[in-house]
Design a binder for this molecule. Structure first.
Ligand code: AMP
Length: 118
């Protein structure tokens, strides 16, 4: 697959503050936050998008969810956050290296704001 900005970030080629990191993933702040809290959980393995993940990625995908919960606690938003994965251009994906968005700190319950990232 094509290298992406997230490949460079996960490999440490672009200096970036990691809010959390382990051997499988890193967590960074989104550069264009769509909510007061907006962070990205990025696996070090460059899977282009969720729809091409397969059984061999099962443990990694589970790990990313566990990390999402831990990071939500770390950021103090564990009672009210949204987890988003955009898949494919039509799904709003712009960086083709799988990542999870954690969004929090604004009303997620009603109207347009309930639609996710935009
Ligand atoms: P998506 O549209 O789901 O592919 O999400 C890509 C996200 O990456 C967007 O919310 C961008 O604001 C964010 N983004 C792009 N480049 C960077 C970067 N260098 N550092 C942090 N976030 C970025």
């Amino acid at each position: 697959m094509e290298d992406t900005i997230f490949g460079k970030i996960t490999r440490g080629e672009i200096p970036t503050d990691f809010l959390y990191q382990d051997e499988q993933c890193v967590v960074i702040k989104d550069i264009y936050p769509q909510a007061p809290t907006h962070v990205l959980i990025i696996p070090r393995k460059p899977i282009p998008m969720l729809s091409v993940a397969d059984e061999e990625d099962q443990a990694l995908l589970g790990h990313l969810l566990v990390v999402a919960g831990k990071v939500a606690n770390q950021l103090g938003v564990e009672d009210a956050f949204r987890l988003v994965i955009n898949n494919g251009e039509g799904g709003g994906q712009t960086v083709f290296h799988l990542h999870l968005h954690i969004l929090a700190g604004r009303d997620m319950k009603e109207g347009e704001l309930a639609q996710g990232l935009s």
